[in-house]
Write a protein that binds this ligand. Structure first.
Ligand code: IVH
Length: 673
């Protein structure tokens, strides 16, 4: 029944156009992608059965034509103009003044303010609502026919929606590549060993100028419309803003950031607002465009050369500039990460003068093949740290020295480690290195490490800034006078802290190892090390081969442990800690014999609520030492729930599952059995 097939086909097309409109124009999809695909497949199947019903504006006909030999030239019936630029407020005020002078008015002008999209201009010609052709701007009067490529973009309607559109409508806009799509495209290129695009604009241009539309179809291109060209057989509204709303109602995508503003002050406020949000926008923009909103006033103002008098582009400061690398230094971060930093001939970029830029790490240096003396492109986007983006192609005229990673930390002279497979090189002087001091001490004092109550992050910063504490061992040398002399430190808190320090002096071996902050040695690894080697000396002396034998320890962690204990600085700090009175508890109770005697050996225990006589951490240590496994959530596999005060959902769950519930006293009794 071809008649009903025809009807079905037309209905499906209408549905698909409507959903594309919801998605691309209103940014408000009302069906899941899978449902769209289902409708699409249904249409495809029907069209296959009835090829005579296929029309060129069907949503299935986006990729149709074969690759071209070359693009055909298209002469624009109405030239595609460019815009004059301003880079500062003064010139923007002058622009506004020229307009008021020409209009012989001192009234504030209403403008539209629009992001200046960083892509390439396109002109789309619709006749009777059907897309006839799409042409690039070219030199403004003649462009290239890229219709077959533009048709592959799902955001470009092949047929306009509704009925109210003019019979001939030329729409102008910007084709661009959203940042996420650009990153993905480059990632794929990298994986395949293909050349990457320098920025989203180049990627958009390269994608649109493909002779094979199949390739363009795979590129994530978008469109926003920002003006019209020829309009015949119908009228549009009499302000620019309303025309854009009309374009939207015809199914054409328009940037949602476009606003009406009155007077230059409001233009500047818009500029500020968008500047602040620039990095959050999903696409690149390079400024703001202000346009006189009234079409009547636009007509009175007219054009100069190739640009309208009624519009101006207020450009952002460039985010990329060329300069030269004078030298490379290495900085040590709070976690010991070593970052190569390029010293540059100062350059004005992103609105500030930049003389240092990060090179990230050695892998990046090799990938970009950056050398000292190279001419490079420096990028500063928003508040992001300036980076060396790439070498200026072809600028290296003679052999230049390669950048080499240091062997020793520039701050503490400990060895630098670079574990195979990791991009970041690190200083191994974790406990000793000044750059890592605060971080190391915070970790040392933390709850799961030495559990020094009252020694929070702020206080650690204060102690380090005041030069009272250089290594964790210095904590135990603090006196009451030292502490009360600190800002906002009452005598009571100082005394409490000294008591807490005293109380922390008898850690388990596992806690002590964990507290040292060896890279990638977490609680469990520390516990495994303690159980395996039993004494601190044995762990210090263990070699790589012994370490990788331990449960959960792989080659990377083993290497970190070896590197840590090879640094005399770290060993010195450990000695100082022991000299300060730290007494590591015996691991003997964790012997397998002791474990197998305990009722807790091999059992899974969950701890919840507040215990009357000890912290949950202490209870955990005791249970672990007795060979228990301590986990976080109650399940059918749980053997005991140790419940304190205010035990909530875990208690009810345990009761439901018939898990044995014990309190602190019972635990202690069972441990002593
Ligand atoms: S209006 C007569 N509006 O900037 C008006 N252009 O430097 C001509 N552009 O070729 C253009 N965003 O490619 C206009 N919101 C916007 C724009 C915009 C980006 C580009 C466009 C144009 C170039 C002029």
């Amino acid at each position: 029944m071809p008649e009903s097939a025809e009807k079905q086909i037309e209905e499906l097309r209408e549905q698909l156009r409507y959903h594309a409109y919801q998605y691309y124009v209103l940014d408000n999809p009302d069906i899941p992608d899978a449902e769209y695909d289902r409708l699409y497949q249904k249409l495809l199947a029907l069209e296959e059965k009835h090829p005579e019903l296929i029309t060129s504006d069907s949503p299935t006909q986006r990729v149709g034509s074969a690759p071209l030999a070359a693009f055909e030239q298209i002469q624009h019936q109405m030239p595609m103009l460019s815009l004059d630029n301003v880079f500062n407020e003064e010139d923007l005020y002058a622009f506004n003044q020229r307009i008021q002078d020409r209009l012989n008015s001192s009234d504030e002008i209403e403008y539209t303010a629009e992001p200046k999209l960083d892509g390439l201009a396109i002109s789309l010609r619709y006749e009777q609502g059907k897309l006839i052709y799409a042409a690039t701007r070219g030199d403004g009067s003649t462009g290239e026919n890229v219709t077959q490529n533009i048709r592959t973009m799902k955001s470009v309607p092949l047929r306009l929606l509704g009925e109210g559109y003019p019979q001939v409508l030329e729409v102008r806009g910007e084709v661009f590549m959203p940042r996420a799509g650009f990153e993905k495209l480059n990632r794929l290129a990298r994986e395949k060993g293909d050349k990457e695009f320098a920025n989203p604009r180049n990627a958009a241009a390269g994608s649109l100028r493909q002779l094979d539309p199949e390739i363009t179809a795979t590129r994530p291109l978008s469109l926003y419309c920002y003006s019209t060209g020829i309009v015949e057989g119908g009228e549009l509204a009499d302000t620019h803003y309303e025309i854009l709303q009309q374009l939207k109602s015809f199914g054409l995508p328009v940037c949602k950031e476009i606003k009406r503003v009155t007077g230059i002050k409001a233009c500047l406020a818009y500029y500020e607002d968008i500047s602040k949000r620039r990095d959050e926008l999903p696409y690149d923009i390079d400024g703001i465009v202000y346009k006189v909103n009234s079409i009547a006033l636009q007509k009175r103002l007219g054009f100069v050369a190739r640009a309208p008098r009624w519009a101006i582009a207020h450009k952002f400061p460039a985010q990329e500039e060329i300069t030269r690398i004078i030298d490379v230094d290495f900085q040590v971060g709070r976690t010991g990460a070593i970052t190569p930093v390029a010293r540059l001939e100062p350059v004005f970029v992103g609105g500030v003068t930049v003389s240092n830029a990060t090179l990230h790490n050695m892998d990046e240096i090799r990938r970009k093949d950056v050398r000292i003396g190279d001419q490079v492109i420096v990028r500063r986007a928003g508040d992001v740290i300036p980076e060396v983006a790439r070498v200026v192609p072809g600028s290296r005229k003679k052999e230049l020295p390669e950048i080499k990673m240091l062997e020793f930390c520039p701050v503490c002279h400990s060895a630098i480690e670079q574990i195979e497979g990791e991009a970041i090189a690190r200083c191994t002087g974790g406990l000793f290195c000044q750059a890592q001091r605060a971080q190391a001490i915070k970790h040392f004092a933390s709850r799961k490490a030495m559990d020094i109550d009252g020694l929070g992050d702020k206080l650690v910063e204060q102690l380090v800034d005041e030069d009272l504490v250089h290594t964790p061992a210095d904590l135990y040398k603090l006196s009451l006078e030292d502490l009360v002399a600190l800002d906002r430190m009452a005598e009571k808190s100082a005394k409490n802290l000294l008591n807490a320090l005293e109380a922390s002096k008898q850690p388990t071996l596992a806690r002590f190892i964990y507290a040292l902050g060896i890279r990638e040695v977490g609680e469990t690894t520390a516990m495994n090390l303690a159980n395996e080697f039993k004494t601190l000396e044995a762990i210090e002396q263990a070699d790589f081969d012994q370490l990788i034998e331990v449960q959960d320890i792989g080659p990377i962690v083993a290497q970190h442990i070896v590197n840590f204990f090879q640094q005399q600085h770290n060993l010195d700090v450990i000695d100082q800690l022991l000299a300060a009175g730290i007494k590591i508890q015996d691991v003997k109770i964790a012997d397998s014999a002791a474990q197998s005697n305990s009722v807790f050996a091999g059992k899974t225990v969950v701890i919840t609520g507040t215990l009357p006589g000890m912290s949950r951490g202490e209870a955990k240590d005791k249970l672990l030492a007795a060979g228990a496994k301590v986990t976080g959530s109650v399940s059918a596999k749980t053997d005991f729930l140790l419940a304190g005060d205010k035990a909530g959902s875990k208690l009810s769950k345990a009761e439901k599952l018939g898990v044995r519930v014990i309190d602190e006293a019972e635990m202690l009794a069972l441990l002593n059995e």
